[in-house]
Design a protein around this ligand. Structure first.
Ligand SMILES: Cc1cc2nc3c(=O)[nH]c(=O)nc-3n(C[C@H](O)[C@H](O)[C@H](O)COP(=O)(O)O)c2cc1C
Length: 315
């Protein structure tokens, strides 16, 4: 998958703020992924910094980059990712404008949580989460905090971050970042043929057909519906991966049958992390692996690379 050997064609998707789902969440998820032999992707918007994760794990991980207006900061992120030994850069292209997330707005989501009466009441019902959060020092955006001039306190960190996603990102920027990184590059957040063709022309190793877990635009097509057309357009030029709604091993096999070479999972491991920390991530990966294995057997497949539309009941 993306040029690297994995035990099954599944990677943990970049998910921001894992360290809020569970204290030190990024480190725990990275460890679980390493034990399972699949890639872990650290988000730019992680709580544990890439240095924290590298110091506390023994396998290389992937780093996901958001392109910020402050290009010096972006360049420094790339250099830091190289220094800590990240093996792949996943460049996310579909969050240059933040979608309207009504629930986040209504709930007043912030890092760290604001001590509102509703939040305090909620925290009182989660003593284990509170205990673990009190025991860790990692509670802010670790990749950013301390790495940007003029951003010292929590308030300025939040407003800096919110203002930094750069809506002017273009294909020339992608080329420039690729030249800086020089290693394996995956472009994430492709949903139509034209973008897929542009992405394939950059020479990236892989693209991820993704609608960002449905978090950006209500009404955007599902990734699984966009997948076959994109595979048809660029599947011979670039490795096509996909994510969005993969909740079981059977979902993995369906995506492979429709031409994906691998999938990312987001919420599937996130729920495990929130419930049981590292053990929960391991369990979620094991469940997917067993389901995939059994589904392959039921379909008469011994090698996932042989999955084709023949195993699907398409009309
Ligand atoms: C809570 C949450 C945070 C996310 N944060 C990021 C992020 O920081 N960077 C990114 O590229 N994608 C992010 N995503 C999108 C995921 O990488 C992935 O595309 C999506 O979750 C896949 O859908 P699934 O959750 O149904 O598996 C996030 C998704 C969720 C649910």
């Amino acid at each position: 998958m993306a040029g690297q050997p994995v035990t099954m064609p599944v990677a943990l998707a970049p998910v921001g703020m894992l360290g809020m789902q569970h204290a030190d969440g990024e480190i725990l998820a990275a460890r679980a992924a390493a034990k399972a032999g699949i890639p872990f992707t650290l988000s730019t918007m992680s709580i544990c910094s890439m240095e924290n994760v590298a110091e506390n794990t023994d396998q290389p991980f992937w780093f996901q980059l958001y392109v910020m207006r402050d290009r010096d900061f972006v360049d420094r992120l790339i250099e830091r990712a190289k220094e800590v030994g990240c093996s792949t850069l996943v460049l996310t292209l579909d969050l240059q404008i933040l979608g309207q997330r009504h629930k986040d707005i209504r709930n007043g989501l912030s890092t760290p949580p604001r001590p509102t009466p509703a939040n305090l009441l909620n925290l009182a019902t989660k003593p284990r989460w509170c205990w673990n959060m009190l025991r860790t020092r990692r509670r802010v955006f670790g990749n950013i905090h301390g790495h940007v001039d003029g951003v010292a306190d929590m308030r300025s960190l939040s407003s800096w971050t919110a203002s930094q996603f750069d809506p002017k990102l273009c294909w020339d920027d992608v080329k420039r970042l690729q030249d800086r990184w020089k290693g394996t590059l995956i472009l994430k957040g492709i949903l139509d043929r034209e973008d897929a063709e542009q992405a394939a022309n950059t020479g990236a190793t892989a693209i991820v057909v993704s609608n960002h877990g449905g978090r950006q635009l209500d009404g955007a097509p599902s990734s699984i519906s966009a997948l076959p057309g994109i595979v048809d357009a660029v599947g011979s030029k670039v490795e096509v991966l996909m994510d969005g709604g993969i909740r079981s091993g059977q979902d993995v096999l369906k995506a492979l049958a429709l031409g994906a070479k691998g999938v990312f999972v987001g919420r599937s491991f996130l729920y495990g992390l929130g419930a049981m920390g590292e053990k929960g991530v391991t369990l979620s990966i094991d469940i997917i692996r067993r389901e995939l294995d059994i589904t392959m057997a039921m379909c008469g497949l011994r090698d996932v690379r042989n999955a084709s539309q023949d195993i699907l009941a398409l009309r």
